[in-house]
Ligand binder design. Structure first.
Ligand code: CA
Length: 230
């Protein structure tokens, strides 16, 4: 799934990009309307996130021109203005959905989800190798096999998935999952990593939790499904 963000506020554009990249999307960003329109006309995107107030060409105009060219990609419009009038202009120009800034990131994800669901896709899952972590049901899924994770297992697994192969120290995992005030110790992390390795193996996943000695853990996709987790 490929998403185009057309937004001139670089900080916002980049934070949406990094969020969606973690969710497994391929994301491109254009920082002005004209460039955005050119990207969008390629017709390769599953969704366009479009700001209204943009340099060179505003979001309404971008949407209108895309619809004129019969580009049917769903458009999620972002704007700092919240008046009903703007909302109507936005929808008339070809936007499918309208989100007022500042918005909650969960609200944004819900909108994206709703728009993509119409096309049969999901953002409530993360993928690696042959394995999917379903974020709504806390299930690890590999082909026809699946296994449910406990709350803590799920938090550890999600953190590892979202790190995208980067090494996470035991301390980082401990802080993220158990919190600063918890009595949990690094040994808890080791125990949960052990549980997760067993569960990954049990569903035939080719995702391995590798140990970086003294540094922590990271996920890797094994080329040999039969290789035992260490
Ligand atoms: Ca703007």
């Amino acid at each position: 799934m490929r998403i185009l963000i057309i937004e001139d506020e670089e900080l916002l554009a980049n934070s949406i990009k990094s969020l969606l990249t973690k969710k497994g999307f391929e994301v491109d960003v254009a920082y002005d309307g004209e460039t955005g329109k050119e990207y969008a006309e390629l017709g390769i995107y599953d969704l366009i996130i479009l700001d209204i107030m943009l340099p060179k060409m505003d979001g309404y105009e971008v949407a209108r021109r895309l619809r004129q060219k019969r580009i049917g990609t769903p458009i999620l419009m972002l704007t700092a203005k919240g008046e009903l009038e703007d909302r109507i202009t936005g929808l008339n120009s070809g936007g499918d959905y309208y989100l007022t800034k500042p918005f909650d990131i969960r609200e944004l994800l819900a909108c994206i989800n709703a728009l993509l669901r119409r096309q049969g896709a999901h953002v409530d899952e993360v993928r690696l190798g042959n394995t999917v972590l379903d974020l709504s049901s806390a299930m690890l899924v590999c082909g026809d096999n699946s296994v449910r994770l406990s709350a803590k297992e799920f938090e550890v697994m999600r953190y590892l998935f979202q790190a995208g192969g980067k090494i996470l120290s035991k301390e980082m995992i401990l802080t993220k999952v158990w919190g600063y005030d918890s009595d949990a110790v690094e040994n808890h992390v080791e125990v949960y990593i052990g549980f997760l390795r067993k569960k990954l193996t049990s569903i035939g996943s080719n995702v391995r939790i590798e140990t970086a000695r003294r540094l922590g853990y990271y996920l890797e996709v094994s080329e040999h499904d039969s290789k035992a987790a260490n």
